[in-house]
Design a protein around this ligand. Structure first.
Ligand code: SF4
Length: 552
């Protein structure tokens, strides 16, 4: 049984008499809800031993419910949705009625960095243990489905044999560290954040000091001027900037996050050199662990603390109680020059070779395809690949004379290197196929929407993002899309409840970061969706002025 860690001396204060927000730093160590209780009872990281020694041998029915629906997430495992349960039952059924005896297993790919050997192993696991499934997520991870508990130790053995892991891929933990997919290779790079990502992996991931956070903690690091890791919506982000006096380093952001109460991150006005990024990361995650709200799950993300404190107080507590020094003031990042930040297409690297970004539809690939991508990359002299936060992939280090052949090979596999704006800009979350929280289907609908729009609007030539979500939880970033679609049940023309979407219009990251407007009363049935999107886009095409981008 793990006790809560002791807060730093400077913050040992007398517990207030009322329950407050459950912050450890002000003395509230008594768990105020079931999640806090199971985390206090036993560290989520400890469940691995039980999976290896008991559950994988005795089977699904032997799993303790607090492990099944709680601690197994610390190792990237969620039960998936029992097939055949429609979205109307999601909020009605008990968790055990929704649980299938198969799992989703998330593999963390920090920085989106993969070798061909790692991708081959992912492909093999997918084919052998996951019925061929392997989705690319919008956090650079890979997710398998249909995983049996009996197979988990062998899957870990294979992943870890090539340096991959599922440690803290889910749960109230430091999740995968997002990184620029072109770190270390881009011609226009301000600074390569890779050493900082590796240092954070070493110091933070799997460290019991940070394995009981109030909720998940998302990190993003990019030294690309394209701002290519959605830094605005992470709990902590380091964004490449050039300090006028000290040179390249990172601008520090905290408190971003979407879900049902979205907030953009705020700048602390601090410049962090590469070698201090991990220290500052440890400082911020410690503030979150100690001061983060633990009473209500709905207020337990860092964004609520940052919103209540403001940037100035947050920076002061970070400096005075955790870093024990002042941070250097620094500049804001410049606006990115391009709207697409996904690196799709053929681009020259700073070493003269090329990288090639390509677009699966809505992140859906499979084990066979992943193995073929690994073979294709290797056959073209590449050993490195990257995943992006737009559910896309890159092959790095290709000699100029081999680019054409690689592009042809990818397109033969169904992956376009010059995709339509619809294929390029449409993302979809897991949805009702596997997710227990889902209300509607997303992946097949997203793919069908792409096909329809390509057929109906071949002339459309603007960057455009369409994000399809299966419920209000915003895993596919509903609020920051040009067209955000939130899955819910709606009434059709005959008054029947059917799957559909609440529409959000005009969200964006980067140049004009902001949340889309929920269009009052604008809900479309899933069946009407292609017609609706076509109407919106045709109106834009008819009315747009010179240089006007799509912003519905
Ligand atoms: Fe599941 Fe909802 Fe997240 Fe989609 S947005 S993956 S349906 S929780």
């Amino acid at each position: 049984m793990a006790d809560a860690p002791t807060p730093p001396a400077a913050s040992r204060r007398k517990a207030s008499r009322h329950r407050g927000e459950g912050q450890w730093a002000v003395g509230h160590f008594t768990p105020l809800n079931g999640n806090e209780q199971f985390k206090k009872d036993d560290d989520g990281l400890h469940v691995r031993t039980r999976i290896e020694t008991i559950y994988s041998k005795a089977g699904f029915d032997s799993i303790d419910p607090n492990d099944l629906r709680g601690r197994m997430r610390w190792w990237g495992l969620y039960t998936q949705r029992r097939p055949g349960i429609d979205g109307g039952k999601t909020a009605i059924l008990e968790p055990e009625e929704l649980d299938d005896e198969y799992f989703m297993l998330r593999v963390r790919i920090d920085g989106g960095r993969l070798t061909t050997a790692q991708l081959r192993v992912i492909g093999e696991i997918s084919q052998e243990f996951a019925r061929g499934t392997a989705d690319l997520t919008d956090r650079q991870n890979v997710q398998f489905h249909w995983i049996r508990i009996e197979d988990v130790p062998e899957i870990w053995r294979r992943l870890e044999g090539v340096g991959l892991s599922t440690t803290e891929a889910c749960g109230d933990t430091p999740r995968v560290v997002l990184g620029s997919p072109v770190a270390g290779i881009a011609e226009d790079e301000i600074i390569d954040g890779t050493p900082a990502i590796e240092e954070i992996q070493r110091r933070v991931i799997g460290n019991p000091e940070f394995s009981n956070l109030p909720r998940k903690f998302k990190t993003a690091i990019s030294g690309s001027p394209l701002l290519d890791v959605a830094h605005e919506i992470n709990d902590i982000a380091f964004v490449g900037v050039e300090h006028p006096q000290y040179g390249p380093g990172f601008d520090l952001w905290v408190g971003g996050g979407l879900s049902t109460n979205p907030k953009l991150g705020v700048r602390l006005g601090a410049w962090v050199p590469l070698e201090e990024v991990a220290d500052v990361h440890v400082g911020v995650i410690s503030v979150f662990r100690d001061y983060g709200y633990r009473r209500l799950r709905t207020r337990a993300r860092l964004k609520f603390l940052v919103a209540d404190w403001g940037a100035e107080k947050f920076r002061q507590v970070l400096e005075d109680e955790y870093l024990l020094r002042k941070l250097v003031d620094g500049p804001a990042p410049a606006e990115p020059v391009a709207r697409w930040r996904d690196h799709v297409g053929v681009h020259r690297q700073k070493d003269g070779r090329f990288y090639v970004g390509f677009a699966p539809r809505v992140g859906r690939v499979d084990g066979t395809l992943l193995s073929k991508i690994a073979d294709l990359a290797a056959a073209h002299g590449s050993d490195r690949l990257r995943t992006t936060v737009e559910q896309k992939m890159l092959v790095l280090d290709v000699a100029e004379e081999r680019v054409g052949s690689l592009v042809a090979g990818l397109e033969a596999l169904g992956f376009q290197v010059t995709p339509s704006p619809f294929r390029r800009g449409t993302m979809a979350c897991t949805g009702i196929e596997f997710c227990k929280l889902a209300i509607v289907e997303t992946k097949a609908r997203g793919a069908a929407l792409i096909d329809e729009l390509e057929r109906r609007l071949p002339e459309f030539d603007e960057p455009l993002t369409i994000h399809v979500n299966g419920c209000p939880n915003a895993c596919a970033r509903i609020q920051v899309a040009d067209i955000g679609l939130k899955g819910q049940l709606v009434l059709d023309g005959e008054g029947r409840q059917v799957e559909g979407f609440q529409v959000h219009l005009g969200g964006a990251l980067g140049l004009e970061a902001g949340f889309g407007r929920k269009v009052r009363g604008l809900k479309v049935t899933a069946e009407e969706l292609p017609d609706y999107v076509e109407r919106v886009l045709r109106r834009y095409l008819a009315d747009r002025e010179e240089g006007e981008r799509f912003a519905a």
